[in-house]
Design a protein around this ligand. Sequence first.
Ligand SMILES: [Zn+2]
Ligand SMILES: [Zn+2]
Ligand SMILES: [Zn+2]
Ligand SMILES: [Zn+2]
Length: 494
Amino acid sequence: MFSMTFSEAREAHAGLSVAGCGRHLISCFRRYFSVGGRHRGPSGAMGGAEGHTRSRQMAPQPQAHRQKIPSQALQAPDFPVAEQSSSDAGRFLVAQRPVSPGELLVYESPVALGPRASCYPVCLGCHELISDEAVPRCERCWWPLCSQRCASSLRHAAECPVLAADSQRIGQPQFFGYSSKYDVILVVRCLLLRRTNPDAWRHLLELASHVPYRLLEDDDDHQTTVDYVTQVLKVEEDTQLVHHVRDAITTNSFEWTSPSGVRLRGLYLQLSRLNHSCRPSVSVSSDGKGTMFVRAARDLAGGDALTVAYTSTLHPLWERRAYTKQTHYFICDCDRCSDPTELGVHYSSLPCPECRGQYLEPTTWLGDATWECPVCGRRQEEAAIREEVDRWMSRFDYDDTFIKSTPTAVRGILDGVQMAFHAHHYVWVMAAQVAIRTLAPDHSRKAMTLKRQLWQRLLHIYSILEPGMTRRRGAVPLPPFAHSPPAAPAWRSH
Ligand SMILES: [Zn+2]
Ligand SMILES: [Zn+2]
Ligand SMILES: [Zn+2]
Ligand SMILES: [Zn+2]
C-alpha cells in the first residue's frame, strides 16, 4: 500500500521538486506502490504466472501483520477492535477477540461533513437541496443557502468568511444545476479543523497520503481545488497541506444519505482505517445524524481484518481492479481476487470454447491480464472478454430486451445468458436484476415463480460474494414474500 503520512509525503514531495523530472517521480515513489496494497498477504507481492494461484481455498488472513506488530487498544474496552499497521497495508483495524455476526465493533460521527464533490445545489447551512431555481445565496460569501438563518448556522458561520474571500465569485456555483464546485467545501471544513478540533486535525495528518501519485497522474480535479483554496481563498499557505487534506477526503470519505435523501460525504477518522476486500467482513450502517455503525458481517477471529468493499462487489474483476488502482493506488489481492475462479463463481470469466464446462482464468496480475483455460491452455486477451461482456450488457442497458416480454420469454433470455457464461456470472446477475424489475408489476403465477427462482439464485451468489449479515443479502426478499405480500408489521395488526 502506498501509505505515507503527511510528513513523509512532504519529504518525498520535496525530493520530487528538486528532481524536477517525471521519470524520477516514478522511481522515487514506486517503492511505495505495492501489489496487493491493503491486502497483501504473508507471501508478499505476486507477479506473473508464479504468483497465480489456482487454489479455491480462501487466502489466509494476514497472520504476518498480526504477529509483527502488537495491537493497540483503539476503543473503549467494550469495543473489540484494535489498530495494527504494516509497511504495505498501512494502518488498519482488526478484531481484538472472536466476534459474532451483527456484533457492534465501532461507531463514529464524522469530524467533517459536507456536500459531495459534484452535486445539485445544496444549502451549506442545513444540507437540504435547494429547489428554487433562482438559487438564494448567502449575502456574504454568495454560496447557495436556503435562508439567512442557515447563513448564521453553526455549520456555515466558520467557513463563510473563508469562502467570502472569493470576491470575484470564481468558485461559487453560478447556475441552478449539477456542479463540481462543491468539491472545495469539505476541503475548507477539514482545514478549519486545525483550529476547531486539533485532535481530529492531528489524526487527519496521520492518514495515508497518495498526493505524489495524484500529482504524477495530473489529477486535474485535485489540482483545481488545491489551487483555488491556496490562491483564491488563501485559507492555507502550505500547498502540500491542502494537497494532503483534499487527498484524504477523496480516499477516505464515506457517503452518507440524510433522512431527507440528500447524499453527502463525511470524513470518519476511525472508519478510514477499514481496509478493502471484495468479500467484506463487516457491514456499515448509519443513523439519521451521520453516525456510522460497523458490525461484524460474519464470525471473525481475533486478529481478523475489518474490511469493507470500496467498490461494488457486483462489478467484474477488471472494474474492481481498475477502481482500487486508480482511486486508492493498490491492486486488490483479497481472497476473491487472488482466486482465479473468484470463489468458484467464475464471475468475470468466459467459457473455454474448446473444453466443455471449463472457464478461462486470469493469468497475469500485473498490467493487462490474459485469460487462459487451465485444461487446454487456450488464451484470450482480457480486452476481448470485456468486449463480449459489454456486448451482452448493452442489450440490457439500452434495448427493450425484457420490455413486453412474457415470463417464458424472459426465462429464455436468461437461459441464453447462462449458455454464454457461467450460471453465476456478472452478466447473468445484471440480467436477472433487470428481469426482476421488469416483471415487478406482473403478479401472474408464472411471473411470481420465475421471480422467486431468480431471487433464490441471486441470494446464493450474494451469499458467496458478501456472506453473512450484509445489506446485499438483507435486500433480498424472503422466498415466501415472492409469492405474497409480507404480513403487516405487528404494531399495525389489529
Ligand atoms: Zn438551509
Ligand atoms: Zn456565507
Ligand atoms: Zn479483491
Ligand atoms: Zn480449454
